[in-house]
Design a protein around this ligand. Sequence first.
Ligand SMILES: Cc1cc2nc3c(=O)[nH]c(=O)nc-3n(C[C@H](O)[C@H](O)[C@H](O)COP(=O)(O)OP(=O)(O)OC[C@H]3O[C@@H](n4cnc5c(N)ncnc54)[C@H](O)[C@@H]3O)c2cc1C
Length: 440
Amino acid sequence: MSQAIDKVKQALSHLEIITDTHQITKLSLDYYHFSPILHEKLKDKRGEIVVRPSTEEEVLQIAQTCVKYKVPLTVRGAGTGNYGQCIPLQGGVIVDMTKMQQILWLKPGVASVEPGVKMAAFDKQARQIGWELRMAPSTYRIATIGGFIGGGSVGMGSVNYGQLRDRGNLLALRIVTLEDEPRVIELRGDEVQKVNHAYGTNGIITQLEIPLAPAYPWAEIIVVFDEFMQAARFGQKLGNSDGIAKKLISIHDASICRYFHHLHDDLPEHKHAALLMVSEYDLEAFHELVNEYNGNVTYLKNAEEASKGISLLEFTWNHTTLHARSIDPTITYLQTFYFTVDNVEHFYHHFGDEVMIHLEFLKFQGKVIPGGLQLFHFTTEERVNEIIRYHEENGAGIANPHTYILEQGGRKTSDSLQLDFKKEVDPYGLMNPGKIAIQN
Ligand SMILES: Cc1cc2nc3c(=O)[nH]c(=O)nc-3n(C[C@H](O)[C@H](O)[C@H](O)COP(=O)(O)OP(=O)(O)OC[C@H]3O[C@@H](n4cnc5c(N)ncnc54)[C@H](O)[C@@H]3O)c2cc1C
């Protein structure tokens, strides 16, 4: 342990501090290993100590101490990120926010929470007044709201509300800075974009004000189809069906369905599947749509039944990759905006068996479009880059999950708003160093 870390430890000895090597290893890593490329680069990275604050005042003390001794600080929620966002590249202090889990207030349409609140736990309370989170990742049960804002993008509900970055999906934030005299700053409205999806590089979020969605009783349904493109077109039509309330439209090629062992009885061999959440009130109209596309419903649980077992959510978004990798660890993935079903058809035929397509429908600039987290067997980094290039040259957008650099993932360019804010609130470059290209 370096001298500086030793001093930090002494200065913060009144807080919960973890120094056990096994625990530090666990709390240094995330799900970066979904990418063999990131695995090689990040597998040995560790923080030196972990601190667990339970109040904003304690976060201020941690910030002040790290600034005083010029020690890097990496914030962490539940550590379910996929790109090593919370893996410290230069050692230092890991600040685990999971003890800050108070719902400060909750009213129809809006809530204020601490960052360590787990999403499913939040929804349990919000539903009691008829509301729920607008969107949530498939790691909903364990991920924190602060971590979703820091490192996430989309999830169930995105078919209605788009991406986290869309104006209105985050109302306000309080952050602690890493200046000589750390401050608490409140950001509202467009100003939240300074910190939204910044990988914890420009302020420690201590409170969030979030908008909510009306909570419907969501039935969980599987529909199977003979042809993949028939399933894809059904997904688009359901997305476009304004009279049917839905929260999740997830389409899987038959080659992917075979990885869903828990759903074995509901996924006949060689069939392609739609995994869906649709309002119980709209099931009659929904069944008519299924008939129009010659689909066959193999699984239908009403909201009450669905809340008891494993949710279909946990087979969608990046949980699809998790299930596939648990059976075949050579599998990796991409994150794609296909924009149109015709594009999907093009890539489906172009890559054939090499790329197994998994679509997630989401709202993008006011329209429902197919996104996807397609799967393929990793061979070389060159081949991954070729597959990415082919998509980009043929009308799709890729949010590259094989990089831990913020600007090289979904964004593609430096965000001057975030960078300028970083200079102001983290003048010594101590926050999660190495994750921003321009800083390296
Ligand atoms: C199987 C699987 C499925 C997934 N599905 C989805 C999905 O559907 N949609 C999606 O968007 N993502 C998905 N993810 C990625 C991830 O689970 C989500 O983004 C999740 O919301 C991250 O929350 P977390 O609490 O684990 O954050 P962490 O991984 O702990 O942190 C994420 C980032 O936020 C920063 N951060 C955390 N807390 C704070 C804070 N208080 N202040 C400032 N910065 C902070 C961290 O430094 C880090 O850079 C998936 C991952 C896995 C492994």
